[in-house]
Write a new protein. Structure first.
Length: 242
């Protein structure tokens, strides 16, 4: 016992200081870890806010881009709808004029005097049946209303295109100006520059010229449709299937 007495103070100090040191070291380490954790949480929060901000900006840009794309799509749809409606109107006019010419000009206007009276009667009945078929197809109240409605819709469709070229054109390809010019010429050709029968012009010649005028207008429509489709495909960045 006497042998350890001289070492007793050191032993006591060791028993007290060492655990205290370990405790302090552990405590400081925990505090440091806690501080690092709080810093990490704070940094994660900042990163999250930054990411959300970027996502918000990207989302806003995408929304604006999508709105512009939709505006373009609707504008091209309006133009093509007008063109196809015009095509339908022209085809209706050609059919009407062609059938009228066949029924009342080519077989109905000339007087045929056949020696065979039975054949003469049969031919007259044929002419009458063709003309009656024309009347039933084109001159009923329903047919007249349908033709008038198609004509009115076509005119209104051209009128509605004014908003496309005056307002929506800022979103569209600059080449659309060429389409606008072609449509203006087509509208003038259809409604303001139709052939007029001369005083000394035969009816069949005039009708042939009028039919030719509409056929030419239809060809113009087809050309404009082709140009508009190509422009829309490029402007909207649509991919065609090969």
């Amino acid at each position: 016992m006497k042998e350890i007495w001289p070492y007793l103070p050191t032993l006591v100090t060791t028993l007290i200081v060492v655990p205290l040191g370990i405790y302090l070291q552990t405590r400081l380490k925990n505090l440091a870890n806690s501080n690092d954790f709080l810093k990490a949480v704070d940094q994660l929060k900042k990163n999250t806010e930054a990411v959300e901000g970027i996502k918000g900006q990207l989302g806003e840009k995408y929304w604006v881009k999508q709105q512009i794309w939709d505006t373009k799509r609707l504008a091209y749809e309006e133009i093509l709808s007008c063109l196809y409606l015009t095509k339908e109107y022209i085809e209706d006019q050609i059919a009407y004029l062609t059938d009228y010419t066949d029924s009342f000009i080519y077989i109905g206007s000339s007087i045929y005097d056949f020696e065979d009276k039975e054949y003469q009667k049969s031919y007259e009945e044929y002419v009458e049946s063709e003309q009656q078929a024309f009347r039933e197809k084109y001159e009923t109240q329903e047919a007249n209303l349908a033709r008038q409605e198609l004509s009115t819709k076509t005119r209104k469709s051209f009128k509605n295109l004014e908003s496309v070229f005056s307002i929506k054109s800022i979103y569209l390809a600059p080449e659309l100006g060429d389409i606008e010019t072609l449509l203006g010429k087509l509208r003038h050709k259809l409604y303001d520059n139709q052939p007029i029968q001369d005083d000394h012009e035969a009816t069949d010649d005039f009708l042939d010229r009028l039919i030719g005028h509409h056929i030419s207008s239809g060809e113009s429509v087809d050309d404009i449709i082709t140009l508009t489709k190509k422009l829309a495909m490029d402007d909207l960045k649509l991919i065609t299937k090969s």
